[in-house]
Design a protein around this ligand. Sequence first.
Ligand code: IPE
Ligand code: IPE
Ligand code: MG
Length: 247
Amino acid sequence: MSLKDQLIADRLPSHVAIIMDGNGRWAKKRGNSRVFGHKHGVTAVRDVTEASAELGIKYLTLYAFSTENWSRPKTEVDALMSLLVSTISSETKTLMKNNVRLNAIGCRENLPSGVQKRLEECILKTSGNDGLTLTLALSYSSRWEIIEAVKKVAVQVKDGELELGEINDELFSSLMATESMPDPELMIRTSGEHRISNFLLWQLAYSELYFSDVLWPDFRKEDYYEAILNYQGRERRFGKTGDQIKK
Ligand code: IPE
Ligand code: IPE
Ligand code: MG
């Protein structure tokens, strides 16, 4: 039986988040520049997006560029930004065909105007699609997002619109950039690194973490199914005992 056939349809995660890592090492292994790896990473993005849409997963969030990534050499940052522009333009048609809605989280003002423009065009064009929501985390860092939320809370309290007692999990979640999405049930990181790198710290509180040794440009549907199968074999206890969950 294929891996896809082994998946339990009514136990699919509704939201999968992925740290797409290993492009640079993939390129280096082939004696090429890091940018070559980023270019080949687009194939994996396409594969995972298509697989998610086919499976009926509602939300896929991809970490594409972190706040910290601005510190990379300018040539790499520039190349990544132009790759974003060309990829968004070339993929819009496929997103429409697959009923995918594009969304972005992160500090958009920091992106070059060309990227902002293409992003906004694609977000608008795909806004009526109601299949998968594909969120790109761009110029994103979770600490930035949390601090933005804290500032909003502080202003509301200062203006007398919010009581201290009203600040709870639900309110805080509603102030996150992921406000309209459920928390990811599954977080995947490729390339054998075992860290979160400032990604969705609030939202990953109870996510199942899956680490793959595959470098991102090599990540294909089968690797994705393997991650979801592994997730489906886990018992999510949320602080309770195993016996309580089985009841
Ligand atoms: C992930 O691959 C892509 C981005 C962070 C933009 P890397 O570029 O981090 O690749 P490695 O980790 O150096 O191999
Ligand atoms: C995390 O990858 C960010 C993205 C995948 C966009 P990095 O490669 O930048 O993370 P670190 O620096 O190794 O933790
Ligand atoms: Mg990396």
